[in-house]
Design a protein around this ligand. Structure first.
Ligand code: ZN
Ligand code: ZN
Length: 238
């Protein structure tokens, strides 16, 4: 399976990553990708940027070094009701939105509570992707989130940094892929790079998808055409 665009990257602006926006886009181009998503941690993550950062994306060309640039965010779950660290109006201005749980700012809860929290965020029209839903700290009912994601046309992310960032996530990730297969759910693949040399690294994610026979047609960023159609469904300005 080929991945056309890396949909999950960070820059030094979040203060726990090491490359600039320009270095990230250039690295994606040099890796032969056709697109890259800038998905900085939202304001709820300690040390990350405020809304003014995302609000100034207007100056970044949506095509650079010969590839498409999607200016977005990795929003944080801020409460068990599924509220994020952006207003709906703010999210409506972004090209791509990942919603993720981070222990630095997201509430811990039971499997039932976390499942309900993720499902609540899927009702948000601007959320495209649920980021790394394989985190053992945030247990989920894989069948329930896969079923609702399929109903809401949202993607569940198979995050290439999970083995390093979320030890013990691998079996959960397999369960999510199996559930996605059963329910016809869309998946996305992202490097979650915190340094530009990691942009476009998908070996772990693609290995799992291949092992479990997940079809490329249901991976939203397996082609630019598929990706742009998917994003257009949630973001009218695309
Ligand atoms: Zn990070
Ligand atoms: Zn994350």
């Amino acid at each position: 399976m080929k991945i056309a665009a890396d949909l999950h990257t960070h820059t030094l602006l979040c203060r726990h990553a090491y490359s600039t926006v320009t270095e990230v886009i250039k690295a994606a181009s040099e890796k032969g990708l056709e697109g890259v998503g800038l998905t900085e941690h939202g304001p709820g993550y300690p040390g990350s940027v405020g809304w003014a950062y995302f609000n100034t994306y207007r100056d970044i060309p949506r095509e650079m070094f010969g590839i498409k640039v999607f200016c977005g965010a990795e929003a944080n779950f801020m409460d068990l009701a599924g509220n994020l660290d952006f207003t709906a109006e703010q999210l409506s201005k972004l090209d791509i939105v990942i919603a993720s749980c981070h222990k630095e700012c997201s509430p811990i809860g039971s499997r039932e509570e976390i499942t309900a929290m993720l499902i609540a965020a899927m009702q948000n029209p601007y959320v495209d992707i649920i980021g790394h839903p394989d985190n053992p700290i945030y247990p989920v009912d894989a069948d329930a989130i896969a079923e609702e994601a399929a109903r809401c046309n949202k993607a569940l992310e198979i995050n290439n940094s999970s083995p390093a960032a979320r030890p013990g996530s691998e079996e959960i990730c397999r369960d999510i892929i199996r559930a996605a297969k059963r329910h016809g759910t869309l998946l996305s693949v992202g490097s979650d790079a915190h340094y530009h040399l990691v942009v476009g690294k998908f070996d772990y994610s693609l290995g799992l998808l291949e092992e479990l026979g997940f079809p490329a047609e249901r991976v939203v960023n397996s082609s630019m055409e598929r990706l742009q159609g998917f994003l257009a469904a949630h973001h009218t300005k695309q």
